[in-house]
Design a protein around this ligand. Sequence first.
Ligand SMILES: [Zn+2]
Length: 123
Amino acid sequence: MARTSTAPLKTARWAAVRSFVAHRASFRCEQPDCSVYLGMTGDVDHIVPRSVCEDVGIGIYDPTNLQYLCPSCHSQKTNAERHAGKEKRPRKTGRTAIQGRDDFLNAAGIDPNPANHEEHHAP
Ligand SMILES: [Zn+2]
Protein backbone atom coordinates (compact mmCIF):
# COMPACT_ATOMS: atom_id res chain seq x y z
CA MET A 1 0.00 0.00 0.00
CA ALA A 2 1.45 3.30 -1.09
CA ARG A 3 2.14 5.86 1.63
CA THR A 4 1.44 9.55 1.41
CA SER A 5 4.55 11.51 0.62
CA THR A 6 5.92 13.71 3.40
CA ALA A 7 7.20 16.27 0.91
CA PRO A 8 6.01 19.85 1.57
CA LEU A 9 2.51 20.56 0.36
CA LYS A 10 2.51 23.13 -2.42
CA THR A 11 -1.09 23.20 -3.52
CA ALA A 12 -3.32 26.28 -3.56
CA ARG A 13 -5.58 24.49 -1.09
CA TRP A 14 -2.71 24.06 1.34
CA ALA A 15 -1.79 27.74 1.01
CA ALA A 16 -5.37 28.66 1.95
CA VAL A 17 -5.44 26.26 4.91
CA ARG A 18 -2.03 27.50 6.03
CA SER A 19 -3.26 31.09 5.97
CA PHE A 20 -6.34 30.07 7.98
CA VAL A 21 -4.25 28.33 10.64
CA ALA A 22 -1.89 31.33 10.90
CA HIS A 23 -4.85 33.70 11.42
CA ARG A 24 -6.45 31.35 13.95
CA ALA A 25 -3.20 31.31 15.95
CA SER A 26 -2.99 35.13 15.81
CA PHE A 27 0.29 34.58 13.93
CA ARG A 28 1.93 33.20 17.07
CA CYS A 29 3.52 29.85 17.87
CA GLU A 30 0.81 27.68 19.42
CA GLN A 31 3.18 25.99 21.84
CA PRO A 32 1.81 27.51 25.10
CA ASP A 33 5.20 28.15 26.71
CA CYS A 34 6.55 29.72 23.51
CA SER A 35 3.93 31.98 21.81
CA VAL A 36 6.60 33.76 19.78
CA TYR A 37 5.19 36.08 17.11
CA LEU A 38 5.75 34.63 13.65
CA GLY A 39 3.68 36.64 11.20
CA MET A 40 3.25 34.40 8.15
CA THR A 41 6.67 32.79 8.51
CA GLY A 42 5.65 30.03 10.92
CA ASP A 43 5.34 26.32 10.19
CA VAL A 44 1.93 24.66 9.96
CA ASP A 45 2.32 21.32 11.68
CA HIS A 46 0.14 18.23 11.50
CA ILE A 47 -0.67 17.33 15.12
CA VAL A 48 -1.25 13.77 13.99
CA PRO A 49 1.64 13.32 11.56
CA ARG A 50 0.75 13.21 7.87
CA SER A 51 2.26 9.74 7.60
CA VAL A 52 -0.33 8.56 10.14
CA CYS A 53 -3.29 10.69 8.98
CA GLU A 54 -4.40 8.40 6.19
CA ASP A 55 -4.20 5.35 8.45
CA VAL A 56 -6.55 6.93 10.98
CA GLY A 57 -8.80 8.70 8.46
CA ILE A 58 -7.83 12.34 9.08
CA GLY A 59 -7.70 14.60 6.03
CA ILE A 60 -4.34 16.31 5.62
CA TYR A 61 -6.15 19.65 5.13
CA ASP A 62 -8.27 19.23 8.29
CA PRO A 63 -7.59 22.44 10.28
CA THR A 64 -8.48 20.73 13.56
CA ASN A 65 -5.38 18.59 13.06
CA LEU A 66 -3.16 21.59 12.34
CA GLN A 67 -1.21 23.93 14.59
CA TYR A 68 1.00 26.92 13.96
CA LEU A 69 4.53 26.49 15.27
CA CYS A 70 7.81 28.33 15.17
CA PRO A 71 10.64 26.39 13.48
CA SER A 72 12.18 25.61 16.88
CA CYS A 73 9.02 24.07 18.37
CA HIS A 74 8.31 22.32 15.09
CA SER A 75 11.69 20.61 14.97
CA GLN A 76 11.38 19.65 18.64
CA LYS A 77 8.07 17.98 17.92
CA THR A 78 9.41 16.28 14.79
CA ASN A 79 12.41 14.97 16.71
CA ALA A 80 10.18 13.70 19.51
CA GLU A 81 8.04 11.88 16.96
CA ARG A 82 11.08 10.33 15.36
CA HIS A 83 12.35 9.11 18.71
CA ALA A 84 8.95 7.69 19.50
CA GLY A 85 9.03 5.90 16.17
CA LYS A 86 5.66 7.31 15.22
CA GLU A 87 6.71 9.12 12.10
CA LYS A 88 7.62 6.98 9.16
CA ARG A 89 9.58 8.74 6.49
CA PRO A 90 9.85 6.64 3.39
CA ARG A 91 12.94 7.31 1.32
CA LYS A 92 12.06 9.08 -1.85
CA THR A 93 13.32 7.25 -4.84
CA GLY A 94 14.89 9.33 -7.56
CA ARG A 95 12.94 9.94 -10.69
CA THR A 96 14.26 7.74 -13.46
CA ALA A 97 15.07 9.12 -16.87
CA ILE A 98 12.25 8.96 -19.37
CA GLN A 99 12.58 5.75 -21.32
CA GLY A 100 11.43 5.29 -24.88
CA ARG A 101 11.34 8.96 -25.78
CA ASP A 102 11.31 8.26 -29.50
CA ASP A 103 8.48 5.73 -29.12
CA PHE A 104 6.47 8.33 -27.25
CA LEU A 105 7.10 11.01 -29.86
CA ASN A 106 6.27 8.64 -32.70
CA ALA A 107 3.02 7.67 -30.98
CA ALA A 108 2.21 11.36 -30.62
CA GLY A 109 2.97 11.89 -34.29
CA ILE A 110 6.03 14.04 -33.63
CA ASP A 111 9.25 13.53 -35.53
CA PRO A 112 11.86 12.66 -32.85
CA ASN A 113 14.59 14.03 -35.09
CA PRO A 114 13.32 17.34 -36.43
CA ALA A 115 16.65 17.93 -38.19
CA ASN A 116 15.98 14.98 -40.50
CA HIS A 117 13.77 16.80 -42.90
CA GLU A 118 13.95 14.98 -46.13
CA GLU A 119 15.40 17.30 -48.67
CA HIS A 120 15.85 15.65 -51.95
CA HIS A 121 18.04 17.73 -54.10
CA ALA A 122 17.17 16.74 -57.56
CA PRO A 123 20.15 16.56 -59.80
ZN1 LIG B 1 7.56 27.99 19.42
